[in-house]
Each structure stands twice: as structure tokens, then as C-alpha cells.
Design a protein around this ligand. Structure first.
Ligand SMILES: Nc1nc2c(ncn2[C@@H]2O[C@H](COP(=O)(O)OP(=O)(O)OP(=O)(O)O)[C@@H](O)[C@H]2O)c(=O)[nH]1
Ligand SMILES: [Mg+2]
Length: 363
């Protein structure tokens, strides 16, 4: 299981700059709108000191980090659903992502063109959200037509279409009021249908507010208007050009610069953490001579379910597991010593996996 994030925003706001900082891939970054036409796709390893330290402890031959997939697409403009700018067909490239990261420009720089010649992040958010709503409305309306004709039959598909139709109407009414689907209270069937249709506004949103380096140093904060536009979604205040420079630095240089700027971590590290938290994900680990590896599970997963990440059969074949917190294992200096100290626990199927657990699954 790998986390995937689509990067969305107005043209020329710094989406590809963020993408390049994240992935270190060579992508086109230019000071004009619609630089990106075809999507950029990249996989990012999530830096994790736990993997490094445990690999040292176990003398592992390989280290494998958790990964996040990022997709950087063209800029959306007002009227994209009507064909303005590059239209909105390219949104198909992010239909399958888990979360949408919206890049919003707050940085002041008269040298960098803003397509509306003003800096108003709250208003930009409302333009983008409206375009995402309109794209979903298109999807839902198409499905209403096809479900309408399927429902006339007398088979299983017709039965599903009949249950889907009132839900689709509910989605349509909501979208017509320019509201995003994730703000609706959904039951199980409704959630399933929203996922089946890959509705963009049913996905988790993360806002990345692109500020200048000086705004960052002055501890820039969103005003009430922007806070209202963001709503309950998580956000990170980032300087994308600074992140790009940091991403090209050696770790020591990076740490020195962050310290100088009074930042506890880089914007990218913050963004990854937000992504994990927003999607209710956690990391657990396995370690041995062959490899030390970080795995992704959902918060609240019982251990057999989490073990599916390692091997799909593990959920069924699970008998018991040995579990220890990664730091406790490091302190004990070995698996054997941890067992002697009694800090290594044997757990059964009911055990709920925790962030930072190191596990050995017995099947
Ligand atoms: N001053 C400043 N300029 C930035 C920042 N982030 C991006 N830029 C500049 O803004 C311009 C556009 O950046 P891109 O990353 O190409 O923007 P984009 O959103 O991918 O643009 P499109 O692909 O055209 O939609 C480039 O000239 C960047 O150097 C920032 O934080 N501060
Ligand atoms: Mg771009």
C-alpha cells in the first residue's frame, strides 16, 4: 500500500516547483502559465530515521522506506469545465489518488505572473474548488443517465442502479450548490459510490500555501478569510522555492539552514506527515539481516490486517506476532536482550498495530 497525492492549483503558482522539490525529478518550471501540460509522476521515499537505525542494529543488507506517489498536473482555471485554459480532461490523471494537495499562491513577487494579477489565496481556492465540483457534477450527471437506463432492466445491475439513483441525486444537489462531497455526511453505501465514481471532491484535501522566504521567516499565518476557505482541511505553509533549494542540499547543510530559519522540519517532511495523518495512516517496521523496512497501515488496524501489507496471505495465516516499539528495541540493543528484559511482547489477532511498532509475524 502506497499513499498517492495529486497536486492541483491555478497555473503558475508553484506546483511543479513543489513536485521537483519532492521527487528531485527534472521537470519544466517556467514563469508563465500552462508550463506543465502532460502530467509529471514521481515516487518519493519517506525519509525515516527508524529504518536507518534499525538497519544498523540488524546489519540489514537492504533498507526499504515507505513511499508516496505524487502526480503534478496542468493548472486549472476558472471555466476549465467549459474548456477554458487547457480544459479539465487532464483531471483524469488524478482520479485514483488518495488525497489532493492544492497549491495556493500567497507569495508576493511582481516578477511572477499571477493569472488574475492579484494575490488572493482564498479566492483562488474557491475557483479551484468550483472547477473540481463542476468536474464531479459532470461525472455524476453522466452516471445518472446511464443508471437511469440500466434501472429499467430486471437483473442485479438494475437493482444496483435503482439504489444508486437517489444517492446520485443527493450528490448532484449538493454539487449544484457548489459544495464539495467530503463536506457531506455519508453513509456506507454513499461512501462506496463516491469512491466507485472516484469523485475528486470526495477525496481528502491538503492545502499547501506557497509563501515567500521572508513571509515564512515572519511566521506568516492565514487570515480569517483564508481560514474560512480552508475549512477543516489540514494545511501547510511552505515556501516552494526554498524547499527546492533545500532538497538539493546535503543533510548537514539542510539541518543548519532549517535551524537558522527557526524551522523544526522542512515543509516537505511536514507535508508527508500531514498526508499520513489526514489519511489515518501509520508506519510499522520489520527488521532483519535481509532488510529493514517501513510498512504502511491504517490507524486502528488489528495486526493481521496490517500484516497484509507484507503479504496478502498473512491476514488469514496469522497465528501470533512479536511486537516491540522501535526505540525500545534500539535501547535493548538486540531482539534477544529485549526478550530477556520482557519488553518484547507476544500478541494475538486482536492486537491493534501502533505507530513505530517493530513486528515479527508468525504464520
Ligand atoms: N518568488 C517565488 N516564486 C516561486 C515560488 N514558487 C514558484 N515560483 C515561481 O513561479 C513560477 C511558476 O512555477 P511552477 O512551479 O512552474 O508553477 P506551476 O504551478 O507548475 O505552473 P503551471 O505548470 O504553468 O501550471 C516559476 O518561475 C517559479 O520559479 C515561490 O515560493 N516564490
Ligand atoms: Mg507546472
Amino acid at each position: 500500500m502506497s499513499l498517492s497525492i495529486g497536486i492541483v492549483g491555478l497555473p503558475n503558482v508553484g506546483k511543479s516547483t513543489l513536485f521537483k522539490a519532492l521527487t528531485n525529478k527534472q521537470v519544466d518550471i517556467q514563469n508563465y502559465p500552462f508550463t506543465t501540460i502532460d502530467p509529471n509522476v514521481g515516487v518519493v521515499e519517506v525519509p525515516d530515521e527508524r529504518v536507518d537505525k534499525l538497519a544498523e542494529l540488524s546489519h540489514s543488507k537492504k533498507k526499504i522506506y515507505a513511499t508516496v506517489d505524487f502526480t503534478d498536473i496542468a493548472g486549472l482555471v476558472k471555466g476549465a469545465s467549459q474548456g477554458e485554459g487547457l480544459g479539465n480532461k487532464f483531471l483524469a490523471n488524478i482520479r485514483e489518488v488518495d488525497a489532493i494537495a492544492q497549491v495556493v499562491r500567497a507569495f508576493e513577487d511582481s516578477n511572477i505572473t499571477h493569472i488574475h494579477n492579484r494575490i488572493d489565496p482564498a479566492d483562488d481556492i474557491s475557483i479551484i474548488n468550483t472547477e473540481l465540483v463542476l468536474a464531479d457534477l459532470e461525472t455524476v450527471s453522466k452516471r445518472i443517465i446511464s443508471a437511469g437506463s440500466t434501472a429499467k432492466g430486471n437483473n442485479l445491475e438494475a437493482k444496483k442502479a435503482k439504489t444508486d439513483l437517489p444517492i446520485l441525486e443527493k450528490f448532484k444537489n449538493h454539487l449544484n450548490a457548489n459544495e464539495i462531497i467530503s463536506e457531506l455526511e455519508l453513509n456506507k453505501d454513499e461512501t462506496a459510490l463516491a469512491n466507485e465514481l472516484n469523485l475528486l471532491t470526495a477525496k481528502k484535501f491538503i492545502y499547501t500555501i506557497n509563501v515567500s522566504e521572508s513571509q515564512l521567516e515572519q511566521k506568516w499565518q492565514p487570515d480569517d478569510k483564508l481560514k474560512a476557505a480552508i475549512g477543516d482541511a489540514p494545511y501547510a505553509v511552505i515556501c516552494n522555492t526554498l524547499e527546492l533549494s533545500i532538497s538539493e542540499m546535503k543533510p548537514e547543510e539542510k539541518n543548519a539552514l532549517l535551524k537558522e530559519l527557526g524551522l523544526p522540519e522542512s515543509g516537505l517532511d511536514k507535508l508527508t506527515k500531514i498526508g499520513y495523518r489526514t489519511l489515518n495512516l501509520l508506519t510499522f517496521l520489520t527488521t532483519g539481516e535481509d532488510e529493514t523496512r517501513a510498512w504502511t497501515a491504517h490507524i486502528g488496524d488489528p495486526i493481521p490486517k496490517a500484516a497484509r501489507a507484507i503479504h496478502t496471505d498473512f491476514e488469514k495465516l496469522f497465528i501470533r506476532a512479536e511486537v516491540i516499539n522501535w526505540q525500545t528495541l534500539l535501547d535493548a540493543s538486540s531482539w534477544g536482550k529485549a526478550r530477556e528484559h520482557g519488553t518484547l511482547r507476544t500478541v494475538g489477532r486482536d492486537y491493534v498495530i501502533n505507530e513505530g511498532d517493530v513486528v515479527e509475524i508468525k504464520i
